[in-house]
Ligand binder design. Structure first.
Ligand code: BG6
Length: 481
């Protein structure tokens, strides 16, 4: 099967924070890959804008080094020189006047303009205001903002209000990079392009759903940000919430930005408040000589969680009675992100309980080795009577689709191309973000007011013991990490 790369129209993209970590590790290596694939036109323009004083030559050298190291590209790659030609740099004062006129002169007319705010949220308002004041951003320009989008409902509303003072909602692209992952989109295809699952996709047939985003890395190097956020704000309010929405939402009438986002919003609004016994918070300890969480964040009395497990209920006709178990954590046994849809056992086993395995689980694996498998019960081959085993029916597309898979864009690549195309389907709308905070806030306030201390867990383990109990007491168990 041949991969179809549909080139986007020429564009001018300004990256505020153009010399920062995200620009170097994700945005520019991603754009380079799209350039190599032929999706990004050879007359696109990328303008880095930041506080530092670089000239064009220095900036290009910085980005070249970043693409080689983060994008694992040979310095001799023949596309590097033409790609770097598209890059320029403006030293800008986000809160003052410096640089804005220079930036304006670099923009071309009659070409899509996009502005990536890869900066801390406290600068969003200043940049948005100056872009408009200097008429650099026009009525059809797009802005891209990164998480964290607020740290609670009040601050998220404030940010939405600030951006709305300068840009229409149809111009604002709030990135949740999980929505750009290939398998996350495949999940929508599997659900809504096949007849097979939809009749069973409800509490009558689905026992429970597990969403796991486990990471092996700790928070080293990001302590200052992370210790003020914790796993709830950093992962659950956004990435895990988005995964839950895609699993639980009703079929939208079409694959169109507002139709999809309306359905996701309904799911968030249908979430029950989580009881305090239905949440486990954890914090990783040291491992041998390797420091634990408190050392990583340089705060020996930190009560911030690096792990969360919780049980959520979507209170609507489809899902009443089917719990959603969510867990995410740092410094766990392995890096694994997956959604497991665990179907109920057949109402009666004609083979008797001693025959063995029963039940189906649909596993949507985001990373590593992305793919989709369905555990089916079959007869164990060979003699020995009717013994049953579970085997995975493998829908991993690497085998079926061959070389096309090698060219699958990563989340950032896809999302930036969607910005240029003007497609907001995979971006969060302001009301979605606010609804997610509205659900998250009381949970955080609850443990803050009770003075909850996270449970310690061993680095590189499966998380705190108590998280096992969360499922055991419901006669269920987590899938193995
Ligand atoms: C980010 C979080 O949004 O997602 C990080 O801030 C986390 O803490 C990262 O490590 C995980 O993303 P991925 O794509 O590596 O699973």
């Amino acid at each position: 099967m041949v991969s179809r790369v549909i080139p986007v129209d020429p564009f001018d993209l300004v990256i505020f924070g153009g010399s920062g970590d995200l620009a170097k590790s994700k945005i520019l290596p991603g754009l380079f890959r799209r350039f190599v694939s032929g999706q990004m036109p050879r007359n696109a323009k990328i303008i880095g804008a930041a506080r530092s004083d670089f000239d064009e030559v220095q900036y290009r050298a910085l980005i070249k080094a970043a693409i080689c190291s983060f994008g694992q590209v040979e310095a001799s790659h023949s596309d590097l020189a033409p790609f770097l030609e598209l890059l320029s740099y403006v030293q800008i004062d986000a809160r003052g006047d410096g640089g804005w006129q220079v930036l304006k002169t670099k923009m071309r007319s009659d070409i899509a303009r996009a502005f990536y705010f890869s900066v801390e949220p406290s600068l969003f308002g200043d940049i948005a205001e100056r872009l408009r004041q200097h008429r650099i951003a026009l009525d059809d320009s797009r802005i891209v903002v990164e998480k964290p989008f607020g740290r609670d409902l009040i601050s998220a509303k404030e940010l939405n209000k600030t951006l709305a003072a300068h840009f229409g909602e149809e111009q604002i692209y709030r990135i949740d990079h999980y929505l750009g992952k290939e398998t996350v989109q495949n999940l929508m295809a599997v659900r809504f392009a096949n007849m097979l699952f939809e009749p069973l996709w409800n509490s009558q047939y689905i026992d429970h759903i597990q969403i796991t985003v486990a990471e092996k890395v700790g928070v080293e190097g990001r302590g200052e940000y992370y210790d003020k956020s914790g796993a709830m704000r950093d992962m659950v309010q956004n990435h895990l919430m988005q995964l839950l929405c895609l699993i639980a939402m009703e079929p939208p009438s079409q694959f169109d930005p507002d139709a999809v986002r309306d359905e996701k919003l309904k799911v968030i609004r249908a979430l029950d408040q989580v009881e305090s016994d239905d949440i486990v918070r954890g914090q990783y300890g040291p491992a041998g000589d390797a420091p634990g969480y408190c050392d990583h964040v340089d705060n020996l009395t930190s009560h911030t969680e690096s792990y969360i497990a919780l049980k959520a209920h979507v209170q609507n006709w489809r899902w009443a009675g089917t719990p959603f178990y969510l867990r995410t954590g740092k410094r766990l046994k392995q890096r694994l992100s997956e959604i497991a849809v665990v179907f109920k056992d057949p109402p009666h086993s004609i083979f008797g309980t001693e025959a063995g395995a029963n039940g189906n689980t649909l596993v949507i694996r985001l990373q590593p080795d992305e793919g989709i498998t369905m555990d089916m019960t079959i007869k164990e081959p060979g003699p020995g009577g009717m013994r049953l085993i579970n085997v995975p029916l493998d829908m991993t597309f690497a085998e079926a689709l061959g070389p096309a898979v090698d060219n699958v864009p990563d989340a950032y690549e896809r999302l930036v191309m969607d910005v240029i195309r003007g497609n907001q389907t995979l971006f969060m709308r302001g009301d979605e973000v606010e609804a997610a905070w509205k659900w998250t806030d009381p949970i955080i306030e609850g443990w803050e007011s009770r003075g909850d201390v996270p449970k310690p867990y061993d680095s590189y383990s499966a998380g705190p013991e108590d998280s096992l109990m969360l499922l055991q007491r419901d006669n269920r168990k987590w899938r193995r990490l």
